[in-house]
Design a protein around this ligand. Structure first.
Ligand SMILES: [Zn+2]
Length: 262
């Protein structure tokens, strides 16, 4: 029993040792007698144990399933053109430096339908509201199912078309739901998944300083992140709503992410 406990804590310490300064770990080996048999015990002491303990607790546990949308040369080419036309940059690749997380809902209750809207490279013919700006299909980096399963649809640092003016620095998270584009019906499992995803992204990309709901995007027009050159290209959005945003914000308040402002 005692041995089990020692071995368990030892393996935990070894995991920490990978991420922390090895100098902080001291080991001492001794031989003891237990149940009439000799056993070797390696005692490990971490001099700054309290901070090491915290790093284990805070490590985000998250499962992400890759389910790629079609993002071939055609979509990459259209993305480059979009960047040139709307942001004024001539680029060799479509990589972005993530600074903002934008949360959405798909306004559709079906995961399959939501996925199929984002899958093709070219925009659907019923999107007349934004077709003039580009034929590039809309997309997002992540799609969260009603049960909280997180799918990654495209590389996290490629530009997706999901938020006017801010795409060049924004990672998009779509949630299946928002019936009729107005009902605040995202599930507790989706809330939990969004919180985990925001934590995962902030840890991976320390450049992220903002988190907004899509419905708040126009409040970003006077910030350094806003790049849209076409003054007539704007939409009115209601996703994912103030209630959902305030719940996510409360849960990740320790990350000190800024909102969209007033
Ligand atoms: Zn949206």
């Amino acid at each position: 029993m005692k041995m089990n406990r020692i071995l368990l804590s030892l393996s935990a310490l070894l995991i920490m040792g990978c991420a922390n300064d090895v100098k902080n770990i001291e080991t001492r080996t001794q031989v003891i007698e237990t149940q009439g048999k000799e056993a070797k015990v390696i005692e490990t002491t971490v001099t700054d144990a309290p901070s090491a303990k915290v790093s284990i607790v805070e490590a985000p546990s998250i499962e992400i399933i890759d389910k790629p949308i079609d993002f071939g040369q055609e979509r990459i080419g259209m993305t480059k053109k979009y960047i040139k036309k709307h942001y004024g940059f001539e680029v060799d690749n479509i990589e972005i430096e993530p600074k903002i997380i934008v949360l959405h809902w798909t306004a559709d209750m079906s995961f399959d339908k939501s996925f199929k809207r984002l899958q093709p490279q070219k925009l659907f013919s019923d999107r007349k509201d934004i077709a003039k700006a580009s034929a590039l299909n809309v997309s997002a980096h992540f799609l969260v199912k009603r049960d909280g399963t997180i799918y990654r649809l495209m590389p996290e640092n490629w530009m997706a078309r999901h938020v006017i003016g801010l795409n060049y620095s924004a990672i998009g998270v779509e949630n299946v739901g928002g019936k009729g584009n107005k009902k605040d019906d995202l599930t507790p499992a989706q809330l939990k998944a969004n919180i985990a995803l925001v934590r995962y992204l902030k840890e991976k990309y320390p450049t992220i300083s903002h988190m907004i709901g899509h419905h708040e995007y126009r409040k970003m027009e006077n910030t350094e992140f806003w790049l849209e050159l076409d003054k007539g290209y704007r939409t009115k959005k209601s996703d994912p709503g103030d209630v959902f945003m305030s719940k996510v914000r409360e849960a990740v308040s320790d990350l000190n992410l800024s909102g969209a402002g007033k």
